[in-house]
Design a protein around this ligand. Structure first.
Ligand SMILES: NC(=O)C1=CN([C@@H]2O[C@H](COP(=O)(O)OP(=O)(O)OC[C@H]3O[C@@H](n4cnc5c(N)ncnc54)[C@H](O)[C@@H]3O)[C@@H](O)[C@H]2O)C=CC1
Ligand SMILES: O=C(O)CCC(=O)C(=O)O
Length: 369
């Protein structure tokens, strides 16, 4: 592997090693053109350094586009901790991670992602101010999966509006993959809208909770299927809310839905899969547009976490998606291409090329300090 070839699109990659606590992490800063980099910290038992590097590079690039699309004054970054979230967590490990974040002197703000919880970052915040997504009792905005799930619902409504001329969800069928922090809330809201659900979730306890919730809401139209079967059920929309890379040569051919709209980061195995979906007549709502609700909330913490402002910005996901679908249709390009163009224009128009972000210039987003 030629390391510099691998990271050529990125400004900075930091490898963090703290033998005392067992911390092995990588922080990737893709771009600070629009402001300091931000992105959650994922904890996962990667089997190799290369696997962890590939994940953090892809995720951090996605954050640059997500920040540009959501109009937050931040750039793209992400961190990964190599370890098993069920076994390898300790307060000391997160404090060590916090010290590495602090060493970046304000170039990187981070918080939760898959495998980490806001409570983990209560330890990290003892070492750095650059933590967002904290619990409310620590001055944070609370559970960021709430606005993320709301953004997914706006995304589904916009897609439905584009396809059927109505954003009404009643009677529609959805295939939800993953019922974690985001997927469960999306499923709950769809049940409230009198929709029918197919769900795939390896944790049976969570499925039982959803069935119970459905009974409370008076909607029992929930059918649990095996993980591999969720791609081939007859539904209006496939809603991926678990892992990345699930839209690939094999699964796209299995889909029987009219659209894909979900929260999972990096849903496309490769960028060209957005065109493969288009060729199959399936509308793909770009993941980083749909799942920006959490980002909107956690970055708003630096201005004092105003619920109304967060809601307004999250609602804008509906209009952004409709615009992207219209451009894609008008210009005959995939929805991802339309969306990337929209973001790249914003990034180019920014101060990229002047210098990368440093704390030397006091920016407006340092209000919290
Ligand atoms: N939490 C948030 O606010 C945001 C989350 N995302 C993305 O959304 C996705 C879900 O995030 P969370 O709900 O926070 O994660 P989570 O870790 O709470 O939930 C993921 C769920 O997916 C299930 N799962 C794993 N593999 C599966 C498979 N093959 N088939 C079906 N289910 C499977 C897990 O058992 C778990 O319940 C992730 O890709 C994350 O990066 C993106 C933006 C913000
Ligand atoms: O949603 C969050 O908590 C942080 C933002 C982020 O990392 C993401 O949107 O993937």
């Amino acid at each position: 592997m030629n390391f510099f070839d691998e990271i050529q699109e990125h400004e900075q990659v930091v490898v963090c090693n703290d033998p005392k606590t067992g911390l092995k992490a990588i922080i990737a800063i893709h771009s600070t053109a629009l402001g300091p980099a931000t992105g959650g910290c994922r904890m996962f038992p990667y089997t190799s350094f290369e696997e962890a590097l590939e994940d953090v590079l892809r995720l951090s690039k996605g954050m640059t586009y997500k920040c540009a699309a959501a109009d937050v004054d931040f750039g793209g970054g992400k961190a990964v901790i190599i370890g098993n979230p069920a076994k390898d967590k300790s307060p000391e490990l997160f404090r060590a991670f916090g010290r590495f974040v602090e060493s970046l002197n304000g170039r990187f703000y981070t918080g939760t992602d898959m495998g980490t919880e806001p409570s983990d970052f209560v330890h990290a915040m003892k070492e750095t101010n650059c933590i967002i997504g904290l619990p409310e009792e620590y001055g944070g905005g609370g559970d960021s999966s709430v606005p993320t799930a709301l953004g997914v619902i706006y995304g589904i409504q916009a897609t439905n509006q584009f396809i059927n001329g109505s954003s009404e969800l009643e009677g529609k069928t959805f295939a939800v993959q993953g019922l974690g922090k985001v997927g469960f809330k999306v499923a709950e809201r769809l049940l409230l809208e009198d929709a029918k659900l197919y769900v795939a979730e390896p944790n049976e306890r969570i499925i039982a909770n959803l069935v119970r919730r459905g009974e409370e809401l008076g909607n029992s139209s929930i059918k649990a299927v095996y993980s591999d079967d969720i791609y081939s059920v007859e539904a209006d929309v496939f809603v991926p809310c678990a892992i990345g890379g699930i839209l690939n040569d094999e699964t796209i051919q299995m889909l029987k839905t009219k659209a894909v709209v979900g929260s999972a980061n990096n849903q496309l195995k490769e960028e060209h899969h957005s065109r493969v979906l288009q060729e199959r007549g399936i509308i793909y709502a770009p993941d980083y547009i749909v799942n920006a609700g959490g980002l909107i909330q956690v970055t708003d913490e630096l201005y004092g976490a105003n619920k109304e402002r967060i809601l307004t910005k999250t609602k804008a996901i509906y209009d952004s998606l409709l615009q992207i679908f219209q451009v894609s249709e008008r210009e005959g390009i995939s929805t991802l291409e339309a969306s990337n163009r929209f973001c790249e224009k914003k990034i180019r128009a920014s101060r990229e090329g002047n210098s990368f972000f440093t704390r030397g210039i006091p920016p407006k987003w340092h209000i919290r300090q």
